[in-house]
Ligand binder design. Structure first.
Ligand SMILES: [Zn+2]
Ligand SMILES: [Zn+2]
Length: 152
């Protein structure tokens, strides 16, 4: 997994970002909301602490109510529609970058498949990856980030 600064941005280039290590987790998310929001079978998300993201430009946002009960906000370019990252009340300080918005998406490697229960019948995943019906192994990293923030 990359331990260097990664750069990325939207399709038109109006929004750019730099993402500092360490990466907390990388998952393929097959939930219904990710399908609708991206128009794909699943999206690849890179979990980091929000302080690790340096943005240039102002994304538009859309907030809805997530599967686990909190608000989920998706951040995207208002010009080209390119998805950039997702934040939410439950993950709190942890945000999820869309791996496809990285200039080099191959710099990260998925570690798990989450919300497998919602996957489209035709979607395919690496059989070597652990897969989970719901949010799965992202939880410990999110809990640790929240605990660190609460401790100041
Ligand atoms: Zn754009
Ligand atoms: Zn999802």
């Amino acid at each position: 997994m990359s331990d260097t600064v990664l750069e990325g941005g939207c399709l038109c280039g109006a929004i750019r970002y730099r993402l500092s290590p360490p990466i907390l987790f990388v998952s393929q998310c097959a939930c219904k909301d990710c399908q609708k929001a991206t128009g794909t079978g699943h999206t690849t998300i890179v979990g980091i602490h929000r302080d690790q993201l340096a943005l240039e430009g102002t994304p538009k946002t859309y907030t809805n109510h997530g599967d686990t009960g909190g608000d989920v906000t998706r951040h995207f370019c208002g010009t080209c529609g390119g998805r950039l990252y997702t934040s939410g009340t439950l993950p709190g300080p942890v945000i999820m970058i869309q791996a496809g918005s990285l200039d080099d998406p191959s710099a990260v490697s998925p570690q798990s498949v989450i919300y497998r229960k919602d996957a489209a019948a035709w979607d395919r995943f690496d059989p070597d990856l652990p897969s989970y019906d719901a949010i799965g192994p992202a939880r410990p990293q999110i809990a640790a980030a929240k605990a660190a923030e609460a401790a100041g």
